[in-house]
Write a protein that binds this ligand. Sequence first.
Ligand code: CO
Length: 134
Amino acid sequence: MPVVKSIHHVAVVVSDMEQSLSFWRDALGIELHELRDVPAEKSQVAFLPLAGAEVELVMPTTDDSGIAKYLARRGQGMHHLCLEVDDIEGMLAQLKAKNIRLINEEPRTAADGKKYAFIHPESTGGVLVELYQL
Ligand code: CO
């Protein structure tokens, strides 16, 4: 059986990266590990790792992406919770067998080789859940 290993990150959607970093980095004092453009997701992402999990700030860089629409509709705030699994294909198959609604039926591969997929909030009690296999 596929196993959920840990919470990998919590993602927050923001409209102004510098303003958001003035809280997370400057006021709380969490080290900014990396600020990266992710063209595939039409966004800029700030990675702020802590022991065991990280905070990610996601800012859309265009108006037409899913995350841009989310920001326009719901405003800034919590976007998704990411769980690390040991076998993402196996987990997606297990979820499908239990009639869980998936946004990505097959895992996608990030630029750095990580596999990821999203589970629809309709099936999770309102939380967008991302799965990662490192
Ligand atoms: Co994520």
